[in-house]
Design a protein around this ligand. Sequence first.
Ligand code: HEM
Length: 124
Amino acid sequence: MNKKLLLISILIVLCLSILSFVIYKKSQTTPQNNLQEATGLQTEVTLSDLRTHITPDDCWIVVDNNVYNISPYISVHPGGREAITQYCGSDATEAFQKRNEKGPHPKNASDFLNTLIMGPMVTK
Ligand code: HEM
């Protein structure tokens, strides 16, 4: 009987320790981290950050000094995949404006682009 009681006590102490650890870890999350988790928004993106997102599955581009994660849009782009993928990891401002000499993209394109923002580009 005493053994059983001891086992239950050990279990309770163990559970409480795990619970305290989880609560402690959660309390360490700053509001900024929460924002990043919720929106994917970063405070700033450096050139070396940008250069690590160069594949269609993980493609970041710069347009007007802002960085966008364009991967989810590549497969539905009316101008084709290649028009965008060649700019993964680099500045696509001019290409986005020129649209292969067809003139600037219409407003709906910029509106959509804004939903994919990661943060401003910084030069360090
Ligand atoms: C980065 C370089 C890009 C290039 C070179 C490019 C090029 C093009 C081209 C050539 C077209 C015309 C397709 C056609 O009418 O046959 C087009 C259309 C379009 N693109 Fe892009 N694009 C780029 C990036 C983007 C991005 C980042 C977005 C949005 C997130 C976007 C959204 C659109 C939309 C919505 C259309 C259809 C426009 C319409 O209704 O006329 N494009 N693009």
